[in-house]
Design a protein around this ligand. Sequence first.
Ligand code: GSH
Length: 227
Amino acid sequence: MRWSRRKFFTLKNQAIQSERTMTYRLYNRTGSGGFVVEAALALAEAPFELVALDSKPGTPLPDSFRETNPWGQVPTLVLPDGSIMTETAAILIHLAACHPGKSLAPAPGTSAHAAFLRWIVFTNVNVYEAVLRVAYPHRFTSDPNATEATRTAAVTRMGEALGVLENAFGPGPFLLGDALGVVDVYIAMLCIWFRGDIEAPRLEGLTEGVRQNSIVGPIWRRHFGDR
Ligand SMILES: N[C@@H](CCC(=O)N[C@@H](CS)C(=O)NCC(=O)O)C(=O)O
């Protein structure tokens, strides 16, 4: 009961705050997964406020941040109406739906959109999840001697998932065709976090296309430098 009341006030304050700004608010830290949400907001030409958390990639975020996201992760996006979104795939799907003229993703109801949904969810649950097992292996085993093996298995599994994406391309340079979309930006970010070694010329081409994009490129360099 005490918890519910505190939660209510937190949400109310956030709603009041965003009524003032009428803009998105993105919580991230430099070099972390909020990069792709920042890129999506920029592609959508949507105004947003960036809250950069003082924390290094690969380390837990400050405990106080759990008041905003109880799972303690970025990206966390506050929508213009004050409601909170987490989970990268859900955020990207939502932004694409809210900004249909900006080509973040194919039009809903088409086969191309079905492919977009398929691969963005695949990327989230198989590739991004593996990154967590590499960065925080102790969360995935209760055996303190097994953290390195957990990490190694995660890198292998991530490589297998990236291999599936490598074979999912059609003729275009990007996953779903000729035009860059948010799923490409998402995959490129995960590719540069991969610590293994696989033969993946299509993913390399996609990543280069993301780096060279005039809107996304500058955001990429602020987060990842020359990587
Ligand atoms: N399932 C989440 C994963 C997000 C995630 O792993 N974020 C990392 C940064 S790249 C994080 O916040 N790590 C801190 C932690 O897990 O304690 C999503 O899809 O957004």
